[in-house]
Design a binder for this molecule. Structure first.
Ligand code: HEC
Length: 146
């Protein structure tokens, strides 16, 4: 039993060391805050977004554009932080395919919730953007044009 506790302490110690080395700054790391944002973001995504964009992020034919491997999403993160809340309409091109159907934003999302969803969709499906912080969302939302 005591051995198990020692092993546990060692594991936690090594994990902390890892976070300590890699956990400087606010982006690109996998610390506790990142894990919380990601997990919470996944739930919110499944609640607010996956009906259309699907759980696997592949979208639905020519009706709902994909988020997985979307070149549109990689172009302008601030714009994506805006459209989650304020919506998007008019023709857009995603991976060479045109879409033109209104997406109503989810206006009730708080800045934290937008940050969590963004952290999820920008670190899933082969993306590795790192955490998208609440302050990034607040900043982006000050200059939304939709
Ligand atoms: C009712 C269906 C629906 C829901 C729910 C929805 N979207 Fe959309 N989304 C769309 C449609 C339709 C478009 C294309 C809009 C256009 O043609 O201008 C779009 C476009 C997008 C785009 C830009 C295009 C791309 O594929 O990269 C992103 C990013 C996006 N949505 C993310 C989200 C996120 C995140 C949520 C949840 C907060 C969400 N959407 C909820 C239907 C939806």
């Amino acid at each position: 039993m005591r051995k198990a506790i020692l092993v546990w302490i060692a594991v936690v110690g090594i994990a902390n060391l890892f976070v300590g080395i890699h956990g400087c700054g606010s982006s690109g790391n996998r610390d506790t805050k990142f894990q919380q944002y990601y997990a919470q973001g996944q739930q919110l995504y499944e609640q607010h977004c996956s009906n259309c964009h699907q759980k696997d992020g592949r979208g639905l034919g020519l009706v709902y554009p994909p988020l997985a491997q979307s070149d549109y999403m990689d172009k302008d993160i601030d714009h994506v932080l805006c459209l989650m809340k304020y919506g998007l309409s008019g023709e857009i091109v995603v991976n060479g395919k045109a879409f033109n159907k209104e997406m109503k934003g989810v206006f009730s999302l708080t800045d934290l919730e937008v940050a969590e969803i963004a952290t999820y969709i920008y670190n899933n499906w082969e993306r590795d953007q790192g955490i998208i912080d609440i302050s990034d969302v607040t900043k982006a939302h000050q200059k939304c044009d939709n």
